[in-house]
Design a protein around this ligand. Structure first.
Ligand code: GCW
Length: 688
């Protein structure tokens, strides 16, 4: 057997893993007779037909004519309502038929009908997901529509490899699936496979470049448009539309104008011409994403203008084409003096954006990070979400695990996202109160993707569950995270005949269901956040950010820890919330334990609602967290050959690193708090 490779040998990369769409997952539909009806030249309808062919040829079914009594009939452009004169106006308005589908089950046969081929494709994947249950239930006539019309994945991918951030900023899954060697990839077949995975969750928009738009990436908007069109062409068969992140300074850097002032006529004309070119090249282009006046990105502040001026400039340019502008609210001072106690980064988004409510054009979506800081494992919900009733808001989540273990730790984030989506800023009223998911319905939801060119897509194979769950929550934010995980397991670990071994299901739930809380337990405590290594943000460094300009401090001293954000004695951040939360958070007696250090500076001896002191809580949770990682490892090892060996090997490798890292977190945090406070662990465990 040759033991060395020569340069002339062709290295065949293993195909990317099928994630949640192995052929086994198509068994229930693939065993049946499937018919597709609709405009034959529609590109997405061609995909629907191909999907039907793929499934049936893998499982012995057949694609048949619509009038040949199919078991599954997929119909595009059919009348969605059963009333004889077509659509019932009430239903049309509440259902958003444009992006929804109707599913009728009659005597075990299923008809899926939709007004567009993309919606039909989503309906097809719905049936795939249901498996045999789609055909076995009682007769039914259901309408399914996404809660959010805009469901976007943002890629922080660079075309060039950035010297500090790499090719994918905060990417933990290898290189970009879009770009290689400083240009759009020649072979974009993987992008189409990605679009297929997304379509199976209901995601239909992707922004293909980093919101930090560097010089090379800025040119995607101009010189590289034909290349962007190729990417759009690779996403389109699965009904996924392309967006671009653009630089606010583009009129100067790309257009050679002397200014980017949003009120300058030349600048307005430049953006209109730029947008015209984009839509002339890519007629179904979605729109622009903008990070302005944030972490060094250019913006309207340079001209004494505000973010409404900036956003409306681009909105005007894209409006004739039906485009949208996702304008991010992640704006704060990243050059803060750590000695300055009057500035509070948590306040920044609200202070900048709430006063602008009502001034944004109709096609501007203000994209708000879920928390006031930055995708921490635990933070309160951003008060901006309740402060802009006259604007279209989108919720921004982070699927890539920047602060949540970087896809080396198993950390299923759906419970955390679900908590944010269900948060009720005005508490529970008579009608149970308005939740974040209601507030963002007009602007939808966006998240930073965790995908790269890694064979498992997400580095950690189990991090695929986060991408899947984001898509499903974007469709229906009321879904139960454990039920979503169960769906993901059912699809991903389907054997050739579609069944999943019960033990596999059990172990995956054991490892993932509560993994976000486990991660929280061994990292920064009680909502204080950060305590990570500066720069790459992996692993513990309690004081790593304490004396930096980033506005992320914990203020630990010998007596206590936490940030006083009260109105009475602190930064006043609690005042950005409506009642009851402004008062609940203000009072140390009512503030929830998990957010105590976000809102209050307390002594280590402060007794939590749970009955233990702050310092004892740190010790207890950090010891328990490591124990839970050990349990997860034991559970995984008990699978013993029940999952494919390559998945098993990768997961084992990641779990080992998770344990190493969790032990490091435990020991550094416990030691830090012990040394600061001088208070020993009540149970006498080892602290260094
Ligand atoms: O979480 C921070 C990241 C930056 C990122 C920024 C943002 C794209 O550390 O890498 O930049 O957020 O959301 O803009």
């Amino acid at each position: 057997m040759p033991d060395e490779t020569t340069s002339s040998e062709i290295v065949v990369e293993p195909a990317p893993c099928p994630a949640w769409l192995p052929d086994g997952a198509l068994a229930a539909v693939g065993r049946r007779r499937v018919a597709v009806a609709g405009p034959p030249d529609d590109e997405v309808l061609v995909t629907v037909r191909r999907e039907a062919e793929r499934a049936t040829s893998a499982h012995g079914g057949a694609v048949v004519d619509p009038d040949d009594s199919p078991d599954i009939l997929l119909e595009a452009s059919s009348v969605l309502d059963s009333s004889s004169n077509g659509r019932n106006e009430d239903q049309v308005s509440t259902l958003d038929v444009g992006s929804g589908f109707r599913l009728v089950r009659d005597g075990g046969r299923v008809t899926v009908a939709a007004a567009t081929a993309t919606a039909l494709l989503h309906g097809w994947f719905h049936v795939v997901r249901l498996g045999e249950a789609a055909f076995a239930g009682p007769d039914a006539d259901e309408r399914h529509a996404p809660a959010f019309a805009l469901r976007v994945l943002d890629h922080w991918d660079n075309v060039d490899v950035h010297p500090v951030m790499g090719q994918v900023e905060r990417g933990y899954s290898g290189g970009s699936i879009f770009y290689d060697a400083g240009r759009v990839r020649e072979d974009l077949s993987r992008v189409t496979t990605y679009a297929r995975l997304l379509a199976a969750t209901g995601i239909d928009r992707v922004c293909i470049n980093n919101v930090n738009v560097h010089a090379r990436e800025a040119r995607l908007l101009t010189d590289d448009l034909p290349e962007v069109a190729r990417v759009a062409g690779a996403l389109r068969p699965y009904g996924v539309r392309t967006h671009l992140a653009v630089s606010f300074a583009a009129p100067m850097t790309l257009g050679g104008l002397p200014t980017s002032d949003p009120l300058d006529d030349g600048v307005r004309a430049w953006w209109r011409a730029a947008a015209d070119r984009v839509w002339a090249t890519i007629p179904d282009f979605g729109g622009f994403v903008v990070k302005a006046d944030s972490e060094g990105q250019p913006g309207p502040f340079a001209y004494g203008r505000d973010h409404a001026d900036g956003a409306n400039l681009l909105a005007e340019a894209v409006a004739p084409h039906g485009g949208v502008v996702h304008w991010r609210a992640f704006v704060y001072d990243h050059t803060q003096d750590w000695r300055d106690r009057s500035t509070d980064r948590a306040r920044a988004a609200y202070d900048h954006f709430a006063p602008l409510d009502g001034r944004f054009a109709e096609n501007v979506v203000v994209q708000v990070k879920h928390g006031p800081m930055d995708f921490q494992t635990r933070e309160p919900v951003s008060p901006v979400l309740a402060a802009m009733p006259g604007s279209r808001l989108a919720l921004e989540l982070q699927v890539t695990q920047e602060y949540t273990g970087q896809q080396r730790h198993a950390c299923y984030l759906a419970p955390w996202w679900s908590e944010n989506l269900g948060f009720r800023p005005w508490g529970h009223g008579d009608d149970d109160g308005v939740a974040v998911r209601d507030l963002v319905a007009p602007g939808g939801i966006a998240a930073v993707s965790n995908v790269g060119d890694d064979r498992f897509w997400t580095g950690h194979p189990l991090a695929q569950a986060n991408l899947y769950a984001f898509g499903r929550l974007a469709w229906d934010p009321t879904l139960d995270p454990a039920a979503i995980l169960d769906e993901w397991i059912g699809l991903t670990f389907a054997g050739p005949e579609g069944a999943v071994e019960p033990r596999v299901r059990e172990v995956l739930h054991a490892v993932l269901d509560d993994s976000w809380r486990t991660y929280e337990s061994y990292t920064a405590p009680l909502g204080v956040g950060f305590m990570v290594r500066p720069g790459h943000h992996y692993g513990p460094d309690v004081d790593g950010y304490e004396y930096t300009p980033w506005g992320t401090y914990h203020f630990a001293d010998r007596d206590g820890i936490g940030v006083d954000r009260t109105r009475a004695t602190g930064t006043g951040f609690t005042g950005q919330y409506p009642a009851p939360w402004r008062d609940v958070y203000e009072d140390v007696a009512t503030c929830p334990d998990e957010l105590l250090l976000f809102f209050h500076h307390v002594p280590y001896t402060h007794v939590l609602h749970s009955g233990v002191t702050v310092v004892q809580h740190v010790y207890d949770t950090h010891f328990a967290g490591v124990d839970r990682v050990r349990e997860a490892i034991a559970a995984w090892e008990s699978l013993d050959g029940r999952v494919p060996s390559d998945v098993d090997a990768r997961v084992r490798e990641r779990l080992a690193e998770q344990l190493r890292s969790a032990v490091e977190w435990r020991d550094q945090l416990n030691t830090y708090f012990f040394r600061k406070s001088g208070i020993p662990d009540a149970h006498g465990r080892t602290i260094f």
